[in-house]
Ligand binder design. Sequence first.
Ligand code: 1CP
Length: 356
Amino acid sequence: MSTAAADPSGPTSPAHDSAFLRAARGQDVPHTPVWFMRQAGRSLPEYLRVREGVAMLDACMDPEMVVEITMQPVRRYGVDAAIFFSDIVLPLKAVGVDLDIVPGVGPVVAEPVRTLADVERIPELTPEHVGFITEAVRGLVGELGSTPLIGFAGAPFTVASYLVEGGPSKEHAKTKAMMFGAPEVWDALMRKIGRMAASYLEVQVAAGASAVQLFDSWAGALTPADYAEHVAPHSTAVLERAGALGVPRIHFGVGTANLLDLMGEAGADVVGVDWRTPLERAIPLVGDRAVQGNLDPTLVFAPTDVMTARAAQVIEAGRAARGHIFNLGHGVIPATDPDQLARLTEFVQGYPLEPR
Ligand code: 1CP
């Protein structure tokens, strides 16, 4: 697909000088930008109302609904970025893989991928498969004005895990069995999902997304050596293609204390850090890159003054990085009180930053 369109994070974009994009580039910011992974979703009563009687995948494929759900947390909290409402398995669904998102479970794949023939049966993604994504992103960028829109894709390892296991997994045992025991099948699968992720990000940026996040949520299940050999080259390939688009790239995983250096080297502009690793420890590992994170998502259940004291520590620690985008260390927990997230947003945006 053509990448000739203007960079949606570039100087002609209304979002160009937003605190979020400035922090991602390592430039000075008027305040620490803040958004929350899974800021749209079950913690919001307005989300539950819109989703009533509508299956998750149907919602993701309805541009009007995607625009509405993506805008909800932006309106409510005034966060510094919107994240496109979708799911990491959406591109697989779009090319025709038989899967569903089961309430209370997550993505479930009807026929798990185990052989080379299974891999070869998965079609390559083209922009025509995801016209509804283009339509939703265009609609959103128009509504968002100067607020940046983050596009996203699942990283090859995390998406492979759903395809190979057939659903959510703690151990990723079948996935790793393929990685260790059938390297040619693994390689073909990772290449195919990597091409799909990159094409999917290209579609979102071509339609106006001004940053992208690659979610490798389950990469923390790997040793550094296995990550480096079997996974990092494929994530690097995705991030390289995304890099050609000109927009900042965020690379995030959970439980990745041992992988932060490698995740940075994979080519990210911003490394997302989960709450288990203090930013003081993470920052020296990620090289000359910005960081994103990393308040423990359960701290929003604590008294407000306890939550904000911990948020202040995160902001202070983040100042040692090339740039810092405040976030939770993983997604918003569904039982979260939205008013507490509103207070957290206000606190982060109002926190005074002395010149460095
Ligand atoms: O902030 C937002 O607007 C959220 C948009 C979003 C994103 C970025 C959703 C909606 N899913 C995702 C990405 C995603 N999906 C990831 C990476 C991020 C992360 O680690 O949290 C992963 C691992 C998935 C897979 C998935 N989809 C799960 C996890 C299952 C497991 O293995 O434990 C679940 C529960 C889903 C369904 C889903 N996706 C999104 C929502 C709101 C839901 C819940 C379904 C519903 O509301 O009906």
